[in-house]
Design a protein around this ligand. Sequence first.
Ligand code: SIN
Length: 463
Amino acid sequence: MSKMLQVKNPATGELVQEVRINTEEEILETLKKGDAAFKDWSKVNAHERSRLLKKWANHIQEHKAEIAKVMTMESGKPINESLGEVDYATSYIDWYAEEAKRIYGRTIPANTESKRIVVTRQPVGLVAAITPWNFPAAMMTRKAAPALAAGCSFIVKPAEDTPLTTIRLVEIAHEAGIPEDVVQCVNGYGSEIGELFTNSDYVRKITFTGSTPVGKHLIKNSADTVKHVSMELGGHAPLIIAEDADLHFAVQQTMSSKFRNAGQTCICANRVLVHENVAKEFSDRLVEEVAKLKVGDGLDKQTQVGPVINERGFEKVVSQIDDATKKGAEVLCGNQFDGNREAGYFFIYPTVLGNVSEDMKMMQEETFGPVVPITTFKDIGEAVQIANSTPYGLAAYFFTNDYRTGSYLHENLDFGIVGWNDGAPSAAHAPFGGMKESGLGREGGIEGIEPYLETKYLSVGGL
Ligand code: SIN
């Protein structure tokens, strides 16, 4: 009897669909096929690869409503956000369909008349991707599109909670004409499939989006076969409000950073640091807006904040709020829950906490929920010190209209992505990725295809 993944809607607990877990033999066979497919796909000319990627993007757009609905049902994400994510996912394919044609080499002047030096780029080989549940479409295409554009073959293992969106994207890739063994999907548990990926000699690159502990494990396990690795790991973004900030605008941007996908993004504001002279006004304005947010089933078009993904996610956020309030945080709004383990739904009402201090768990650990902890600072140097005080370095935000304050913050924040008066910096054409324990490598932009390419240096002598 086959083992199945039960994909359930976290807004209702209802079973959406069962997905068969692939056996070890099947996964090993998939890896073998992926390696064989690489030999052909890497020889397909760049313009043809580009054409097929564009076709994939167009087919995804034709199925936009259907994909978004599946995404909302398996992840709980509000339908408007799921529709937006389908566009966001498509934008990576569009971008890399163009980049496929721009994988340039170079020549280097030799130090003797008898030699010529030529540098070319070639695809690394079969890529194995492990993708997260919070952006089941965009995190897949952000890896698949540059891999395919570079000439790599690709295998994806989607998150156990949200495999359906990815399965559909892979089917659509095949419908668009990308050969079946060039893009494959396998299903099962991350720990088991991760081992098969890292142990395989066929896999030349592992790309992962997920937690820092799992990322570290994959890096260690990739060492024996010296695989390329790209890691987009956890974050703990500070959002700094300087004394001169436009508070109306800063509140709007804080809302869009924090409550996107119910706060379940690696780059969302995890700590809000406000200058003490404007803290009261900022908090009052924020609470007024947060109290208006509509929480509910993502399939309802009015919903702005859906459930969190599962019981584990729910318990983590509840325990962080509990820890903070026990240590003296003040509940400014929220701190209400509607979670039912038996029924299988998990809602956390948007919560704002004041009087937060650095000893609270949520100031050190990623929250992944709709909670805004607010703390204050006296001067911008102190804000930087607090902001940089975790092992994470993915995204940071600040709000100021003073160019000296802005330049100082930009230069001193140890984060890979910095939003200056911008709470929504992600874009297919820009390099996304973290410093410190938030990751290795960049996804998106011209940087995002580099990790799928090897450099080959040819030295021609005897001329
Ligand atoms: C993430 O933070 O989990 C990805 C979000 C994005 O690409 O904007």
